[in-house]
Design a protein around this ligand. Structure first.
Ligand SMILES: Cc1cc2nc3c(=O)[nH]c(=O)nc-3n(C[C@H](O)[C@H](O)[C@H](O)COP(=O)(O)O)c2cc1C
Length: 384
């Protein structure tokens, strides 16, 4: 590739650079800054959190231990966390210590360029003692929670699906979803703001990791999520406010490290196309943790790539009996059925997957797995 072509291909890396902003930003033009917290309806019933002055937790873990023990944790027990633990985690990630008299700059438990803090924190609560499951927004000025979405019995599968079926959601106590409101930073830094916002998000999540170690609990930073689906779910428009980063949090299983190691080994073998070597560890995992949809999907794909199509079908069918809400499994079963030439059943499952999440329609359009049935009228009709 010529130097010029290479340079053109890498143009998207501009987002890692500082702009040389020539346009005056709103601050220079004397335009008032956007509010540091998104408004909410007057009279909304807010939920009290434990005051940071009253925190009793987090005192027994030394900072050096928290830093040393920090790791991404993906295997949770499904236990609830307490209101104090939730309050502590929210305060550690966005808690306000001081707001300057100008009402624009706030000093928090995390740094942010220009002290402008361009984030809103949404928290999907599955298991917190004393709080109804639902989605809430943290109000850092009040240190309270604002209910956003309530009475959703299928909240866990919805969030899991938005996080591309990642299994750690199943047994999490809460899931953080941070959304950026770029205008807060743009007010001072104009188009330089992008880098500033992304770097600030990293600080927030790192505090969450360390705060979790102190409780103790565990978390894992997640960027693999459905952008449009998440924005729509939160009721934000995706340009004035954009979901950016997520992190499930839960109490950590005592065998989590062993499981993490086993999964890592399977990932390596799978990546190196050693599908036969994956079968024993994957069968062990699904026997031990039958609700682990990701392991079932890996197992199904190993059989498929080994040419054992009927076995692959059996695996996905079994996974769907255990978790009938797993849309990823529905899609993969439909792929296997297509490979088996069973167009009718394949399309039935594909339709179910698309009903659950429209993005599977985009996947199916170019997915090689459907090559056997791509020319059938029923398949074509899905895209008309
Ligand atoms: C920006 C970012 C995005 C990440 N996205 C995911 C993700 O979508 N799924 C996941 O399982 N882990 C995700 N991780 C966790 C990384 O896989 C993890 O940090 C890495 O493997 C190193 O392991 P450690 O955190 O235990 O040191 C993400 C981490 C970061 C910082």
């Amino acid at each position: 590739m010529s130097e010029q072509n290479h340079k053109r291909k890498m143009e998207y890396r501009i987002h890692l650079k500082n702009f040389v902003e020539t346009e005056p930003a709103d601050m220079q033009k004397g335009i008032p800054a956007p509010p540091i917290e998104k408004s909410y309806p007057e009279g909304a019933k807010l939920i009290d959190l434990v005051n940071p002055k009253d925190f009793k937790i987090g005192e027994n873990v030394k900072l050096v231990e928290a830093i040393n023990n920090r790791q991404s944790r993906r295997f949770f027990t499904g236990e609830a966390i307490s209101l104090e633990e939730l309050s502590f985690l929210l305060w550690c990630t966005q808690g306000i210590k001081k707001i300057l008299p100008n009402g624009v700059n706030s000093f928090r438990t995390v740094p942010s360029g220009g002290a402008l803090h361009p984030f809103e924190t949404y928290i999907a609560i599955f298991q917190v003692i004393g709080i109804e499951p639902g989605v809430y927004r943290y109000l850092p000025i009040e240190h309270k929670l604002l209910p956003i979405i309530q009475n959703k019995p299928d909240l866990i599968p919805i969030i899991k699906n938005l996080l591309h079926g990642q299994n750690l959601v199943n047994k999490a106590a809460v899931v953080y979803i941070w959304a950026a409101r770029p205008a807060r930073t743009e007010w001072k830094y104009g188009r330089d703001s992008l880098k500033d916002i992304l770097l600030s998000a990293g600080h927030i999540c790192q505090n969450l990791y360390l705060a979790c170690e102190a409780i103790p609990a565990g978390t894992c930073a997640i960027v693999a999520y459905d952008q449009d689906g998440m924005d729509e779910f939160l009721g934000i428009n995706g340009y004035d406010e954009i979901s950016l980063y997520t992190a499930p949090v839960g109490k950590v299983r005592s065998d989590a490290d062993k499981l993490e190691k086993k999964f890592r080994k399977v990932h390596d073998l799978f990546q190196n196309k050693k599908y036969n070597d994956c079968l024993i560890p994957l069968n062990e995992i699904v026997r031990y943790m039958p609700d682990n949809g990701e392991a079932w999907i890996f197992l199904g794909y190993c059989h498929l790539y080994l040419g054992q199509k009927e076995k692959a079908r059996e695996v996905f069918e079994k996974a769907l009996i255990i978790d009938p809400t797993d849309i990823n499994c529905m899609y993969n079963l439909s792929c296997v059925l297509a490979a088996l030439g069973n167009a009718e059943e394949s399309i039935r499952w594909l339709k179910k997957a698309i009903e659950g999440n429209a993005r599977y329609k985009d996947y199916a359009k170019d997915d090689e797995d459907f090559k056997n049935i791509r020319d059938s009228e029923e398949f074509k009709q899905l895209f008309n």
